[in-house]
Design a protein around this ligand. Structure first.
Ligand code: GFB
Length: 315
């Protein structure tokens, strides 16, 4: 088995998806490491093209790769664009993982998602719950692609001895998030809705579903720190959950966002919209036992992210 201790010192490190929320958090986090950062914008490198990815890897010769590029979105985007979520994520993963193998990349961290687990998995969800039951229907396309990514890393590790590992972050939020109400995840959507209602002096906001689903949230800077930690300290076939270990109901999240933003209107429920998985709290015991802990509380994180939102969206 490869040595789990991997040093980034002096290495060429490629962050695939560096303009996305996770990728840009990784770029910020890696500035503190003594490594050269490689990134390629969409115009420079089409990750859906096997040939372009293979040529880029052969030319740039990265030593380490964070595979943070993906097509992502909230519950409705996942439900309504099944082909895009399945096809684009499969292509991105297959192209990068194979090219990394061919180019002799020393270490690769693949990012999945907590939606890989069965809809009714026991809570908190441990890593071994993977493939033990049916998936949540709204995001099975994305989940199947992400499960394939885990399996690609395992397969290249088994067949070729490549040091490719997988991390499964929980629901993330942070600077650079998507605030488009049709395609976003719940936390940026709530920030957008509550902020707009406050500015307009509106009497209420509307949230989707019953407000009862439970979700776990992590600030993307904590996630980036955990991913760098795993790259340096973990080398095994099994994937690793990356979460905070606590969750809350969507209605309570909405109340928290109202409190942080300073809005006291009514919260109404649009039950014509889907709830999705009833609960997906991941067990983070494995990551904690390796020696990593999150440092940003949800309330602090929302306060920080609202400041970022005001800077990014209201200037
Ligand atoms: O974050 P979200 O879109 O995705 O929704 P999932 C979480 C919960 O919040 C659902 C509710 O129960 C939504 O119905 N919700 C309430 C809202 N108001 C809103 C709103 O205004 N916008 C949104 N988007 N939700 C995604 C998966 O699942 O999680 C992805 O579809 C991925 O594949 C991602 O895994 C992390 O947590 O349900």
């Amino acid at each position: 088995m490869p040595d789990p201790a991997y040093s980034l010192g002096g290495k060429r490190v490629f962050v695939a998806g560096h303009r996305g929320m996770v990728g840009s958090a990784l770029m910020r986090r890696l500035e503190g490491e003594n490594c050269s950062l490689l990134a390629a914008g969409r115009r420079e490198l089409d990750l859906l093209s096997q040939q372009a990815v293979a040529e880029w890897f052969a030319r740039e010769k990265p030593d380490a790769v964070f595979l943070a590029a993906a097509k992502v979105g909230g519950i409705l985007a996942n439900r309504d664009q099944p082909a895009s979520f399945l096809y684009e994520n499969l292509m991105i993963e297959a192209n990068i993982i194979h090219a990394a193998h061919e180019a002799g990349v020393e270490k690769l961290v693949f990012l999945g998602s907590s939606c890989i687990y069965p809809k009714f998995a026991d809570q908190p969800i441990t890593e071994d719950a993977l493939l033990t039951g049916p998936l949540e229907s709204t995001n099975e396309w994305y989940a199947v692609a992400k499960i394939a990514g885990i399996k690609l890393c395992q397969a290249y590790r088994r067949q070729y001895g490549d040091d490719f590992i997988s991390a499964m972050p929980t629901n993330l939020y942070g600077p650079g998030d998507n605030y488009d109400l049709k395609t976003s995840h719940v936390l940026p959507a709530l920030i957008r809705k509550v902020h707009d209602a406050k500015m307009a002096g509106a009497a209420s906001i509307e949230i989707w579903g019953t407000g009862t689903p439970m979700r776990e949230f992590m600030h993307v800077d904590d996630c980036a720190d955990a991913l760098v930690f795993l790259m340096k300290n973990y080398s095994d076939e099994g994937h690793v959950n990356v979460g905070t270990g606590s969750d809350l109901a969507i209605l309570d999240l909405a109340k928290l966002v109202c409190a942080v933003i300073g809005y006291d209107g009514e919260i109404r429920l649009d039950t014509s919209k889907p709830d999705g998985t009833p609960r997906k709290l991941m067990s983070s015991d494995k990551l904690r036992s390796l020696g990593w802990e999150p440092s940003i509380t949800l309330e602090d994180g929302i306060t920080r992210v609202y400041r970022d939102f005001l800077r990014e969206h209201t200037c």
